[in-house]
Design a protein around this ligand. Structure first.
Ligand code: GLN
Length: 478
């Protein structure tokens, strides 16, 4: 039998169903690995005490024939997704002791299946960052090189799965936070069409951009997780009806926005990207040069729209209703002390930026202009999708950088999101799939290929994704 920590969801499923292993065996193995290795990775903020009890329940479900794709499968969950009775901190000091009083929609679905929650994953505070360095509880390390960041903001989920401390996990993606860490940790990361997965019970960052999605070792595993967490939910007003999603169209034409792949992109990343594009061509895909004329403004528009929404969403953390409070001498100083002590520097920066771009006199110049750019980018995508089935770009312009390398340089940090934010601005689905590694002083650092599909055509991503996995496996077998 394959080592337990190397199993995928599908291989673990078969062993569980054949009775070769029990859910308790699986849970114990992962719990032990997590306990032994979390000291070095800091992927988990907490490993739950009830893992074995959960697994015993899954074994009872299996014994009684109540079996689902995720029954007994051990997962790591980003700490901004509520699990009733457990702390959900968003990796912020201000919610350090907050215990969730209900389950997120995705957690309800996973519980019905009998999935196992191993623990809460570290992340950038309230999902704001690209390196997990903004966590109030220490940085997470990249399992491929412990001196480097795992990406962010779902860096804990990515490092946990990549380091074999969980079979798969959940993250959230507002501007790349599933795909970028997946890319830097050698995983598959998938951001569904906006509205495919209910945001009920996920801490809001930028509500018009946020989606929950899977981080997994294979495209199959990402799809299995997605099928479980998706679905219409009346508690999220932006949740889409189930019947609006198309079936997979055959992917034939792949668009590459070469005009956007010139500046700020690492030469080694670009070389691997071009090589894989060539291999896709050899496999029979049509590769088409496309123009997305306004995509160069996406990063700027995102860093206006997102903080505007952040400043509104984070207003609820005032220490009055829940979370940590630092009392002052009057009401105003209650607020300033609580929020001043409770939020880290990046959260404070974005709250200030967001309040500024929405303020009277500036809203037209910044917020409304950014919204207009957003609409323009959406119509550019629409037009391009009339002639191609998917778009391909690298997921991240560089491999994982060193811990501390960009922490004092927010603009350089934001540049990590250049290829991922246009996807959130336009609500389309995208997947990051490992495309190879680049060498940096003896470390082989993973990098990912991003495929983007039209709205509600998520299925196409899985079909091209599976084919792409084969191409990469063949390339590395040679
Ligand atoms: N890195 C991006 C940011 O800091 C994306 C965050 C996210 O997707 N949650 O805003």
């Amino acid at each position: 039998m394959e080592a337990i920590e190397k199993l995928h969801i599908s291989t673990a499923r078969a062993l569980l169903d054949e009775g070769k292993i029990t859910a308790v065996d699986l849970a114990q193995a992962y719990q032990k690995r997590a306990q032994e290795h979390n000291g070095e990775l800091n992927a988990y903020l907490e490993i739950f005490g009830d893992v074995i009890t959960q697994a015993e329940r899954a074994d009872r479900m299996i014994a009684s024939g109540d079996v689902h794709p995720l029954t007994g499968i051990p997962l790591i969950i980003k700490d901004n997704i509520l699990i009733k009775g457990h702390i959900a901190s968003g990796a912020s000091k201000i919610l350090e002791n907050y215990v969730a009083s209900y389950d997120a929609h995705v957690i309800e679905n996973l519980k019905k299946q009998g999935a196992i929650f191993l623990g809460r994953a570290n992340m950038d505070e309230f999902a704001m960052g690209s390196s997990t360095e903004n966590s109030a509880f220490g940085v997470t390390k990249n399992p491929h090189d412990l001196e480097r960041i795992p990406g962010g903001s779902s860096g804990g989920s990515a490092a946990g799965v990549s380091g074999d401390l969980a079979i798969a996990g959940l993250g959230t993606d507002t501007g790349g936070s599933i795909r970028q860490p997946a890319s830097l940790c050698g995983l598959v990361g998938y951001k569904p069409t906006y509205g495919a997965v209910s945001r009920y019970g996920a801490m809001a960052m930028g509500s018009s951009l946020d989606q929950i999605g899977p981080l997994a070792k294979t495209v199959d595993d990402a799809q299995i997780l997605f099928e479980v967490i998706r679905g219409h939910d009346t508690r999220d007003a932006t949740s889409l009806p189930d019947d609006v999603f198309g079936s997979a169209r055959e992917v034939k034409r792949i668009g590459v926005p070469r005009h956007f792949l010139r500046e700020g992109i690492d030469a080694d990343v670009l070389a691997i990207f071009e090589q894989r594009i060539e291999e896709l061509k050899e496999r029979g895909y049509d590769i088409v040069d496309i123009e997305l004329p306004n995509i160069t403004y996406a990063l700027a528009a995102y860093y206006i729209i997102m903080p505007a929404e952040v400043s509104t969403n984070l207003a609820r953390y005032d220490g009055m209703r829940y979370g940590v409070a630092t009392p002052g001498k009057d009401l105003l100083s209650d607020y300033t002390q609580t929020r001043g002590n409770g939020f880290g520097p990046e959260s404070r920066r974005r709250i200030l930026l967001g309040s500024f771009v929405l303020s009277s006199g500036y809203a037209d110049a910044y917020y409304r202009k950014a919204t207009a750019v957003r609409n323009q980018i959406a119509s550019d995508f629409k037009k391009v999708f009339e002639s191609v089935d998917v778009i391909a770009t690298p997921t991240s312009p560089t491999p994982a950088f060193k811990i501390g390398e960009r922490s004092d340089d927010p603009l350089n940090m934001y540049a990590a999101d250049i290829f991922t934010v246009p996807v959130n601005l336009t609500g389309v689905p995208a997947i990051s799939i490992p495309m190879g590694t680049v060498d940096r002083k003896g470390s082989a650092l993973p990098v990912g290929m991003q495929f983007i599909a039209p709205q509600r055509e998520d299925e196409s991503l899985f079909s091209i994704g599976r084919d792409f996995e084969t191409i990469v496996t063949t390339a590395y077998a040679q």
